[in-house]
Ligand binder design. Structure first.
Ligand code: IPM
Ligand code: SF4
Length: 467
C-alpha cells in the first residue's frame, strides 16, 4: 500500500547516499534558453558530454518575440543572444531543438505533452519552476536549478531528498464559468503560498477525474505557487485517450502493453498520504487576484484585501506594500477596478480549451476602447488548431491581437510587457511585483474572465456573459 508518488520514485531511485538523498534516474529532460546557458558551459568546462541526447528536447520560448516578423527581427540584444546560445549549444551537443521557425515551437510545458513526450510513471525535469504541469500525465515532473540541469545532461540522474506526500482530495462539480484556474487560485488561497513546501502533491477525487487533460495541466501548473514542486494526477482513461493520439516511436509500438502497466499507477489508499487536504470544488466561484502573491485572491464580487484581518504584523506590512504597489485601497470593490491590458496565454492557460473559453466570451463582442488585448497561443500546434476552428478570427473581430507562440507577457522577457503603472487582466500564474514589466500590476484570472474583463474594460466575472 503506497502512493503513486512513492511508486514512481521507488522505480527510479537507484542509490541512496549517507545524507539520505536518493540518486533518481531521469527519463526525460526539457531545456529552454533561459536556464540552460550556464549548464551547457559548466558541462563543457568539466569535460563532460551529453550522456543520452535522445532523452532531451530543447525549445526557445521565454525570449521569442510574438510578432509576425520574429524570424528576421529580435529587438532585444539579450533575447537574441540567449536564443543564439541555445542554438549553438544544441548543435554542439546533438540535442534536438525546436527553434523559432519550427511548427511545433511553443512554451516548454505546453509542447512536451503535445509531442507525446511525457509518459505516465516516468520522471521528467526541466530548469523551470512550472514543470509540475507535466505531472498531469501521471509523471513525476519537477523544476530544477541550473547546476542540476548540468548534472542531468551529463549523468541522466539527480540527487534528491524524497519529499513527503500531500494528497489534495477534491470533490464537487465546478459550476458554469468556473474553471481549473479558479480551483487552483482557491486552493492556493486556502493553503497559502508555502502550504505545499516539502511535499509532492497528488490531486485525487472525482472532480480531478472529471477534468480534461488540459484542465489537469492548469491545476498541476500552479502547484509551485503553493510551494510544492510536484503536482501529480494518476493516469486514467482520459490520459490514455490523450496519449494514444500523440505518442511516437517505441512508445507507440508498445502502447497497449503500457496502458496495462499504467493501471497500477495510482495511490492505493488516501490514508497513505503524509498529509491530506479535502476540498469542495462546488464552493469555488470565479476568482481574481488583487495583491502581489498568487494567494491574494477573492471572488469577483469581493473586495481588495478579501476582508480578512492580517495574521500578524509582518503580514500587515506585506499587504500594505502590496496594495501600494497595486495602486488599490483595502476594501475597494474588485468589480470597479479598470484595466489597461489583457493577456491570454502562458503555460497555465495558453492551450486550446483556454482559447475556446475566452473566444466563447469574446464572440460577437468588442474589446473596450482604450484596452489593449493580446492572445498568445501556447504553441504552434495550439495556434494552428485555433485558427482552423475559427477562434483566431473571433479574437481578431473582437479587437484582440493574435500572436505567435511563446511565454510573452507572462514574464515580459520578449518585449511584450506592461508599462509602469499599467494594470493587466492576465491568465498567467504569477502576480509578483514587476513580473509583467517594471511597475506593471497583474490580476490573475481564468481565460473566460480575462476575455470578459477585456470587453468591459474592468475586472469582470465571466458569468456575466454566460447565457
Ligand atoms: C525563466 C524561468 C527559469 C522561470 C521559471 O523557473 O519558472 C520562468 O519560467 C517563470 O515562470 O518564472
Ligand atoms: S509561460 Fe510563464 S510561467 Fe510558463 S514557463 Fe513561460 S514564463 Fe514561466
Amino acid at each position: 500500500m503506497t502512493t503513486l508518488f512513492d511508486k514512481i520514485w521507488a522505480a527510479h531511485a537507484v542509490a541512496r547516499n549517507e545524507a539520505g538523498d536518493d540518486l533518481v534516474y531521469i527519463d526525460r529532460h526539457l531545456v529552454q534558453e533561459v536556464s540552460s546557458p550556464q549548464a551547457f558551459a559548466s558541462m563543457k568546462a568539466s569535460g563532460h558530454v551529453l550522456r543520452s541526447a535522445a532523452r532531451h528536447i530543447a525549445v526557445q520560448d521565454h525570449n521569442v518575440p510574438t510578432t509576425a516578423d520574429r524570424l528576421t527581427h529580435i529587438a532585444s540584444p539579450e533575447s537574441a543572444e540567449q536564443i543564439a546560445t541555445l542554438r549553438r549549444n544544441t548543435q554542439a551537443t546533438g540535442m534536438r531543438l525546436l527553434d523559432l521557425d519550427h511548427p511545433l515551437q511553443g512554451i516548454v510545458h505546453v509542447i512536451a505533452p503535445e509531442l507525446g513526450y511525457v509518459l505516465p510513471g516516468s520522471t521528467v525535469v526541466c530548469g523551470d519552476s512550472h514543470s509540475a504541469t507535466l505531472g498531469a500525465l501521471g509523471a513525476l515532473a519537477w523544476g530544477i536549478g541550473t547546476s542540476e540541469v548540468a548534472h542531468v545532461m551529463s549523468t541522466q540522474s539527480l540527487w534528491m531528498r524524497k519529499p513527503r506526500t500531500l494528497g489534495i482530495e477534491i470533490s464537487g462539480a465546478l459550476g458554469p464559468g468556473v474553471y481549473a484556474k479558479d480551483l487552483a487560485l482557491a486552493l492556493i488561497h486556502h493553503t497559502g503560498t508555502s502550504g505545499g513546501a516539502g511535499y509532492g502533491t497528488e490531486y485525487v477525487g472525482p472532480t480531478v477525474s472529471g477534468l480534461s487533460m488540459e484542465a489537469r495541466m492548469t491545476l498541476c501548473n500552479m502547484t509551485i505557487e503553493a510551494g510544492s514542486r510536484f503536482g501529480l494526477v494518476a493516469p486514467d482513461a482520459t490520459t490514455v485517450a490523450y496519449l494514444r493520439e500523440r505518442v511516437q516511436g517505441a512508445a507507440r509500438e508498445h502502447f497497449e502493453q503500457a496502458v496495462q502497466a499504467w493501471a497500477a499507477l495510482r495511490t492505493d489508499d488516501p490514508a497513505d498520504f503524509d498529509r491530506r487536504v479535502v476540498f469542495d470544488a462546488a464552493s469555488v466561484s470565479p476568482r481574481v487576484t488583487w495583491g502581489t502573491m498568487p494567494s491574494d485572491s477573492a471572488v469577483f464580487s469581493g473586495r481588495v484585501g478579501d476582508g480578512a484581518a492580517p495574521a500578524d504584523e509582518a503580514e500587515r506590512r506585506r499587504l500594505e506594500a502590496s496594495l501600494a504597489y497595486m495602486g488599490l485601497q483595502s476594501g475597494q470593490a474588485l468589480s470597479s477596478v479598470p484595466i489597461d491590458v489583457v493577456f491570454i496565454g502562458s503555460c497555465t492557460n495558453g492551450r486550446l480549451e483556454d482559447l475556446r473559453a475566452a473566444a466563447a466570451v469574446a464572440h460577437g463582442r468588442r474589446v473596450a476602447s482604450g484596452v489593449r488585448a493580446l492572445v498568445v497561443p501556447g504553441s504552434g500546434s495550439v495556434k494552428r488548431a485555433a485558427e482552423a476552428e475559427g477562434l483566431a478570427q473571433v479574437f481578431l473581430d473582437a479587437g484582440f491581437e493574435w500572436r505567435e507562440p511563446g511565454c510573452s507577457m507572462c514574464i515580459g522577457m520578449n518585449g511584450d510587457s506592461l508599462a509602469p503603472g499599467q494594470r493587466s487582466a492576465s491568465t498567467s500564474n504569477r502576480n509578483f511585483e514587476n513580473r509583467q514589466g517594471q511597475g506593471g500590476r497583474t490580476h490573475l484570472m481564468s481565460p473566460a474572465a480575462a476575455a470578459a474583463s477585456a470587453v468591459r474594460g474592468k475586472l469582470t466575472d465571466p458569468r456575466e456573459f454566460l447565457s
